[in-house]
Design a binder for this molecule. Structure first.
Ligand code: NAP
Length: 311
């Protein structure tokens, strides 16, 4: 049977995705008509979706069997009341690899104190060797697809890794914590905190003034999760007070981060423009094709979003 699949991500992505998608559909034995616009929304079988695309009202897509997101985060669609079909988010090996590299790189920057030599070549010979990773505690908040992969990579480098999630977990080499007590413990020990939680009503402002105060003096915050996980004003206050040593932020409440935002000029903040990782067309296309194959075979979809939990 010929399937109609609407590519409803940002138009700029079409040139990157159309060949890998067609290749993945062929490999999965799917016969697909793939298009970016339609005058007959009721005939669409599946929608490949990203929040920066043109579709936000799903009401006309009466025959749609699932919406397949290209992003890992779903906060922009999960509350969309016009969407009644199953919603799958993106879990992509390429996205995971990129996140592991970005997180590891930024953790190592702060662990090794690289700025001292990269930014401050001042003719002063100060041979102070950095500590070993085994003597550095890193907490990863969020032990999902991305948090778990980052925690394991850091554990492989011998960091003392704490992980925190909603439900209890068992990750080799990682001390897994959950619940409010677990968060307290993780924060009280973490010299470096990495945020890889989804944005939900429960995680908004998770790092507020009280929780920032629990971190050890000089702790570093690395946020590739979502901007609203942190109370920005509380963070700026904690940086200015010297309690927090540095914040490396990839995600923000408003993106692009406005030029006048104090994060840009702050000497203890590193801004990266939401590039920690992105979905990679080749591997992601195979995930999309596999989910369509499952839908057609009556098998459960992979990576279904729990609409009640919000991720
Ligand atoms: N900056 C970038 O370039 C970029 C790229 C991709 C993704 N992201 C962000 O990374 C986030 C994580 O992605 P993922 O694929 O790893 O998500 P995921 O697999 O859904 O994992 C989310 C983790 O957060 C935990 N969690 C959720 N709500 C919680 C709460 N209230 N209290 C404690 N733990 C909670 C979950 O706990 P349970 O395991 O118990 O459910 C899970 O461990 C995405 O939502 C997105 O915002 C950013």
């Amino acid at each position: 049977m010929m399937l109609n699949v609407l590519f409803a991500a940002n138009a700029s992505r079409w040139s990157q995705y159309q060949v890998p998608l067609r290749r993945a559909f062929d490999a999965a034995g799917l016969k697909v008509t793939l298009f970016t616009e339609t005058n007959a929304p009721e005939t669409v079988d599946y929608i490949i979706y990203a929040p920066n695309g043109a579709v936000s009202d799903f009401t006309p897509f009466t025959g749609c069997k699932a919406v397949l997101g290209l992003w890992a985060g779903v906060e922009k669609i999960v509350g969309n009341t016009t969407l009644t079909q199953p919603l799958c988010r993106m879990v992509d090996s390429g996205l995971e690899e990129g996140m592991v590299e970005w997180v590891t790189g930024h953790v190592l920057r702060h662990h090794l104190g690289m700025d001292a030599h990269i930014l401050h070549q001042n003719g002063v010979w100060e041979p102070v060797a950095p500590p070993l990773a085994r003597d550095r505690t890193v907490a990863i908040l969020g032990l999902g697809e991305l948090g778990r992969a980052c925690a394991q990579a850091l554990a492989a480098l011998r960091f003392n890794v704490l992980g925190w999630s909603r439900s209890p977990k068992d990750v080799p080499g990682v001390t897994c914590l959950s619940g409010e007590d677990g968060l307290d413990k993780a924060l009280s020990l973490a010299e470096i905190v990495v945020l890889l939680l989804p944005q939900t009503p429960e995680t908004e402002n998770l790092l507020n003034a009280a929780r920032l105060a629990r971190l050890p003096e000089g702790a570093v915050i690395i946020n590739p999760g979502r901007g609203p996980l942190i109370d920005d004003d509380a963070l700026l206050a904690a940086l200015d007070a010297g309690h927090i040593g540095h914040a490396t932020l990839d995600v923000f409440r408003v993106e692009p981060l406005p030029p006048a935002h104090p994060f840009w000029a702050h000497p203890k903040v590193t801004v990266t423009p939401h590039i920690a990782s992105e979905t990679r067309p080749d591997s992601a296309s195979r995930v999309i094709a596999e989910n369509i194959r499952r839908g057609e075979a009556g098998e459960p979809f992979l990576f279904l979003v729990d609409r009640a939990k919000g991720y």
